[in-house]
Design a protein around this ligand. Structure first.
Ligand SMILES: Cc1ncc(COP(=O)(O)O)c(C=O)c1O
Length: 373
């Protein structure tokens, strides 16, 4: 029998850490407080008010005419659902890190025929490679699936240009995993024919974890209807039809997190999609300058993420020990590189959601002190 992990009793006296990890990230106090409401029923009018508010506010924030689905799940749900809803047989997944690889893996587990276009970790997916691949094959791909922000390597893929390429193939749908980008990195979904794009609330939306947000085009909806088989829980038709008929979700949602969502989406609307993007761009520039001074950026130049900086450990600092000391002495949490491959070779700073240049500078000052830079 497999060994059973021993129970480690949860206490009430943990120190709060300021989060600079690639999600979850910092959440505003009033957003946390919004969750502390007496419970209500998911078929009450109050629920319709809440759910229609968060769906329509999300459409307004993202500036899309497509449908918005907000489900109790994490972003992972839409790797699975988008595959089940759209892919009969063939899917093309450019892989450039751990999360894009996992997307490919999910599709394989669902029995689909997955072709990878493999890039070295740190490299970005190039639209011309996608075009060349699509032109060179007789295969009919139901979906091209691309990660917008490869959180394991800090690479921001040019999904806008890739969308323009896929748009030339009307029977191929474009699915974008924007889990760690959406809300902090502007993307014009409708302009670039992105059929499906999804995110998790604990990243650049700066909300608690527990909800996945997915934007679905009419074409993707029609494709699911035509295909016949789909995900039950994350079916585009079931979720959007239920919304149209009742203004609610098909099953019982995480109501407290939706209350938090409502509060935070109002803040996001006040700031605006463009202004939020600009604030994230400023943080990115700050971190790049800092990295250039002390280390180097890991991603291919020109493709650096706007929400997760992946910094190459060119000085050979003890990444794990630095993280530990920054956490113990300063109550700030940042991340090592992803997995065994990049663990000590890189480290990652999540500068997403509500962070500012000032709050990121507070962390980099501390890293300088602790690592003796
Ligand atoms: C790019 C990317 N895709 C997918 C996921 C999975 O998201 P979740 O853990 O919310 O399911 C993550 C999580 O970090 C991610 O960074």
């Amino acid at each position: 029998m497999d060994p059973v992990t021993e129970k480690r009793e949860y206490r009430d006296d943990y120190d709060d850490k300021t989060l600079y990890i690639p999600g979850p990230t910092e959440v505003r106090d009033d957003v946390i407080e919004a969750m502390a409401e007496p419970m209500f029923g998911h078929r009450m009018d109050r629920m319709t008010d809440l759910y229609t508010t968060i769906v329509e506010d999300t459409k307004a924030f993202l500036g899309t005419d497509n449908e918005v689905v907000i489900l109790t799940a994490s972003g992972t749900e839409f790797w699975e659902a988008s595959t089940l809803n759209l892919v009969d047989e063939n899917i093309l997944v450019p892989t450039c890190g751990s999360f894009s690889e996992r997307h490919a893996n999910v599709a394989e587990r669902l029995g689909k025929d997955v072709d990878r276009l493999e890039y070295e970790w740190g490299e970005a997916v190039k639209p011309e490679d996608i075009r060349a691949h699509l032109e060179s094959t007789d295969k009919q791909y139901d979906v091209v699936a691309t990660v917008m922000n490869e959180s394991s390597t800090g690479v921001r893929n040019p999904v806008e240009e890739i969308g323009d390429v896929v748009a030339d193939y009307p029977d191929t749908y474009f699915v974008v995993d924007a889990v760690s980008a959406l809300g902090g990195d502007y993307v014009d979904i409708d302009e670039h024919d992105i059929d499906v794009i999804f995110a998790s609330t604990q990243k650049a939306f700066a909300m608690p974890p527990g909800l996945a947000v997915c934007v679905v085009s009419d074409d993707a909806y029609d494709r699911e209807v035509e295909k016949g088989e789909s995900s039950w829980y994350g079916g585009f038709r079931r979720t959007t039809d239920y919304y149209d008929r009742k203004g609610q979700t098909h099953s019982t949602p995480a109501i407290p997190i939706m209350l938090a969502y409502r509060k935070q989406m109002k803040h996001m609307l006040d700031e605006g999609h463009r202004a939020r993007d600009e604030r994230h761009r400023e943080m990115t520039e700050y971190v790049h300058d800092w990295a250039d001074e002390h280390f180097a950026m890991f991603p291919e130049e020109g493709y650096e993420s706007q929400t997760v900086a992946c910094i190459e450990n060119t000085r050979g600092i003890d990444v794990a020990a630095t993280i530990e000391e920054v956490s113990a002495e300063y109550d700030m949490a940042f991340s090592n590189g992803y997995g065994s491959q990049l663990g000590e070779e890189t480290f990652r700073i999540g500068h997403m959601g509500e962070h500012t240049v000032e709050s990121v500078e507070a962390l980099t000052d501390v890293i300088e002190d602790v690592a003796g830079l």
